[in-house]
Design a protein. Structure first.
Lengths: 128, 128
DNA sequence: CGTAGTCGATTACGTGTGTAAACGATGGAG
DNA sequence: CTCCATCGTTTACACACGTAATCGACTACG
């Protein structure tokens, strides 16, 4: 009976910072996550713990007991996250078409010459 | 003394729907906005009025009295909105580089052949 | 004139988010 | 054994958001 698809809950911006730490290296303890992010974001360890709990609740990270504490690891791949977020934006702003997004980036000079070269290379590859 | 830059407040998803209506045609009354969006979103007129007020507070739309009621028009250009939102995403997910976004879209088959052709054309134009 | 409809403004209320303090268990230092 | 540091859990609280009902002013119809 197909146990409800359980569509992944949305990950907030602050939560994403925690995910990034885990995507970089995992499993990590709450401490270690904090060491990675508390500096840049000016958070307390408690804040990180809260975010980790919420991510566990959202099934975005898994826990594994390690003595008295937990080790946390991502349950969703970064590329999946990136994919759904990009898609969401393209849908919301460009009617689902990627070309207008590209056009916009190009026009607003958000593309460096490096970017352009890289994209050309990708295009060539796509056509092969 | 450069009256604080007054950095534009964030426009939420529901608010964007209202903006879209105004970007399509303006100025509009609250009624008219509702006629455009209440259907698809299942909103009541009151909801639209609330969103309009919030957008006015955020300085994203301007009001102009018209007898007993108001006419609303956008104060920010859609292309600006689209620009900052795209940039925000590219920053958040791709470290500010646009090429990886493109690569991701390409890999995840979010690019149709049409998209690709269009992008090629754009590239050609960029280089000229 | 009264009164019903219509406007914008005010208030409401549940949920998510950012940020954290308080709490209770527990394991290691002395 | 006792006490302190450290875990994860629970509770907190302000603000944003989605969604809307209610209110006070005004006007147009009867």
């Amino acid at each position: 009976m197909a146990a409800k698809p359980d569509q992944p809950e949305r990950i907030s911006e602050a939560e994403q910072a925690v995910m990034e730490a885990l995507w970089q290296r995992s499993p990590l303890t709450a401490q270690e996550v904090c060491e990675t992010v508390c500096g840049e974001r000016g958070w307390s360890l408690n804040t990180v713990k809260t975010l980790l709990s919420r991510l566990v609740a959202k099934q975005a990270v898994a826990t594994e007991p390690d003595g008295k504490r937990f080790l946390y690891s991502p349950r969703i791949a970064r590329s999946d996250y990136v994919g759904t977020e990009s898609r969401r934006l393209v849908d919301r702003l460009f009617g689902g078409r990627a070309a207008p997004l590209f056009a916009h980036l190009a026009k607003s000079e958000a593309l460096t010459p490096d970017d352009i070269a890289e994209i050309e290379a990708l295009l060539k590859e796509l056509k092969s």
